[in-house]
Design a binder for this molecule. Structure first.
Ligand code: MIC
Ligand code: SF4
Length: 638
């Protein structure tokens, strides 16, 4: 039977299970990618697994998120990660090299491989025909130790591309079009596979930018075929030898199909404060914008920087606008410099920052109160910029350039002649540190902010949990475990970071949860979308959250909840959400036994009323929940 590309890569890596959508499968993982903000916990977890060396084809530890050094914490973490990499056989990418997804695509990705990263935008690698998935740090640590990755087998949504992008339209407009059609939960349970005649003209950088924001759809991964564009990209990186052509078999079927005529797209913008609030820029009117940022993993590549530079050529940005450039990699910046783009940016009035995540995760560049900010970033969740009540718009570099020149949202098609981006000059200034042949003698350098991993108790027989917080639909892990320059440096210290759980929604959450533990949180649809940060599961668990009840859960967050022993229960009757309130107690008699017996229906009561709940979990997940988390289970079975 003809297979699509996702099915082929899954079949080649299948270690357990039957590859049927919705069934649990285990895939072998070729490459892993931790970054610093999730990587310190992943490193502690890898250490807890007790292996001397990683057992993957390649594992790279990137420092790209926690770049500001306002005290010892971030630099201590970087030193710790460098020593962990040297000791355990990982490559290391020091601060300033750039963002993990950009660097991995340029330096390590290869068609047909599986990549697991402790960052939700790992699907960026799909631009090189990799099955690249985001996961919590513990799953990535387990993959580094050679364990397979367990997931619910995705269905495959084929996206058939026809036509060609018009001048001033870019890859961001393709993925924003899909977000406007499917919403932030429309990709749940799917791999998006792009095919059709429109694929051929898209460069690997453009393909990767499209795959990157597939994360915003909630998709497991996104994939492009491997073809002449792939070969050209790899050869330009001096890595032509890893090329292999890959595509769906002729006549392969998809579980569902979306069609996009690339020629019909117009410049799009995601409005505050969700990536699916998409509108054509031409319909938005002259919204005043004081800050424009071009950068991030999905918008800071060489092509993005040069698009901005050439669009600005010979002009000055509007008075009152701050235009920031955050290169995705040192290579992109060096190439833009070699191609003459850097001088154009400086002459136009742009400020150049170091390569890294920066303002995308609230690590500086917060906008002023009551002002709009326009960014080529993947996410604009409320408050993520670091400013409460922010108004962040998302777009491609074309709209960013037109807006920076006008001082208000503007249509780039009014800028004139189409741009011609010169081929990337052959410059590769990255300082990537290769693994040592034998790191067994390397000392691990631990700063005082790196706290030991918390001990978690096994699940008790029965639970009575007070609901401490009720939240709405599409709650993000940024709501649950905020980031930003103040909180991110606490990522290696669970007791300290747990004080900030749900801080923006209920500043008293941490003390309330600790005072009334065990407790529950009630959510709506797509609970836990966004970032892969496992702190959004571990820190609540540390505070005493034992159960989360929701209408539905986002994939990575649900897996993280299970990994740290929080039971993810779905409301059998979504209408029960309406009467269940904070302050009420949910009784779950015989919960442990029900979980271990494999029951899907979980009997609960609240306010004397029945509250039927559902736990769809594999036998393996049930054992993890009963053990109080994956590390307990693995250590118990070692
Ligand atoms: C994000 O874009 O939200 C982050 C910050 O990169 C996260 C990882 C983190 O929280 O450390 C992600 O995408 O998983
Ligand atoms: Fe970094 Fe932003 Fe990309 Fe996350 S989305 S990896 S914070 S640039």
């Amino acid at each position: 039977m003809p297979q699509n590309l996702a099915q082929k890569i899954i079949a080649a890596h299948l270690r357990e299970g039957v590859a049927r959508p919705g069934q649990e499968i285990a895939l072998s993982i070729d490459q892993t990618l931790p970054q610093d903000a999730t990587g310190t916990l992943a490193a502690l977890e890898f250490e807890a697994l007790g292996l001397p060396r990683v057992r993957t084809e390649v594992s790279v530890s990137y420092v790209d998120h926690n770049l500001l050094q306002t005290d010892f914490k971030n630099p201590d973490d970087h030193r710790f990660l460098r020593s962990m990499a040297a000791r355990h056989g990982l490559w290391f990418s020091p601060p300033g090299n750039g963002i993990c997804h950009q660097l991995h695509l340029l330096n390590f990705g290869r068609p047909g491989a599986t990549l697991l990263g402790s960052d939700s935008h790992t699907p960026h690698g799909g631009g090189l025909a990799m099955l690249a998935m985001g996961a919590g740090g513990l799953d990535v640590a387990a993959a580094m130790a050679g364990y397979p990755f367990y997931l619910s087998c995705p269905a495959v949504l084929g996206v058939r591309l026809t036509g060609q992008l018009s001048p001033w339209i870019g890859p961001k407009d393709v993925i924003l079009e899909l977000l406007s059609r499917l919403s932030v939960k429309g990709g749940l349970g799917y791999v998006l596979e792009y095919f059709g005649p429109g694929v051929e003209a898209l460069s690997v950088t453009q393909r990767a930018a499209i795959c990157n924001m597939g994360a915003e759809l909630g998709a497991t991964a996104s994939l492009f075929p491997s073809d002449g564009q792939t070969l050209a990209f790899l050869e330009a990186q001096g890595r032509g030898q890893v090329y292999t052509p890959l595509a769906a078999d002729p006549g392969a079927a998809y579980d569902r199909i979306e069609e996009i005529d690339l020629a019909s797209l117009e410049p799009l913008v995601a409005c505050p404060s969700s990536p699916d609030q998409v509108r054509p820029v031409s319909e938005l009117g002259q919204v005043a914008v004081e800050q424009v940022i071009v950068g991030s993993c999905g918008g800071g590549a060489y092509e993005d920087l040069m698009t901005l530079a050439l669009a600005l050529k010979g002009r000055r940005i509007a008075p009152g606008v701050n235009l920031y450039v955050n290169p995705g990699s040192r290579q992109a910046l060096a190439q833009a410099a070699a191609a003459g783009g850097l001088m154009l940016l400086l002459e136009a009035g742009a400020s150049i920052f170091q390569a890294g995540c920066l303002g995308c995760i609230g690590m500086s560049q917060a906008p002023a109160t009551g002002t709009a900010s326009l960014r080529t970033f993947p996410r604009n969740f409320p408050g993520r910029s670091g400013t409460k009540d922010d108004a962040v718009y998302l777009c491609g570099p074309q709209v960013a350039a037109a807006t920076a020149l006008a001082g208000h949202l503007a249509d780039p098609r009014e800028l004139g002649q189409p741009l011609v981006i010169p081929p990337a000059p052959p410059v590769r200034p990255e300082a990537l540190v290769p693994p040592l042949a034998d790191g067994s003698g390397v000392e691990i350098l631990r700063g005082p902010n790196i706290a030991p991993f918390p001990q978690l108790e096994a699940l008790p027989e029965s639970l009575a949990c007070t609901v401490v917080l009720k939240v709405g639909d599409n709650i993000t892990t940024d709501h649950i475990m905020p980031a930003g320059s103040q909180i991110l440096p606490l990522r290696s210290n669970v007791p300290a970071i747990s004080r900030h759980v749900f801080a923006a929604l209920d500043p008293q959450f941490a003390s309330k949860a600790q005072d009334s533990a065990p407790v529950a949180v009630l959510g709506g649809e797509n609970y836990g979308q966004g970032s892969s940060r496992e702190h959004a599961a571990l820190a609540p668990r540390y505070l005493g959250v034992q159960v989360k009840i929701a209408k539905s859960f986002a994939r990575i967050h649900r897996a993280n909840l299970v990994n740290f022993g929080i039971v993810p229960l779905v409301l059998a009757n979504p209408a029960d959400y309406d009467w269940l309130e904070a302050g009420q107690t949910v009784e779950l008699p015989g919960l442990r036994q029900a979980i271990l017996e494999g029951r899907e229906e979980i009997a609960a009561t609240a306010q004397g009323r029945p509250l039927p709940l559902v736990l769809k979990a594999s036998p393996r997940e049930r054992r993890i929940l009963a053990a109080g988390g994956l590390l307990n289970l693995i250590k118990g079975s070692l």
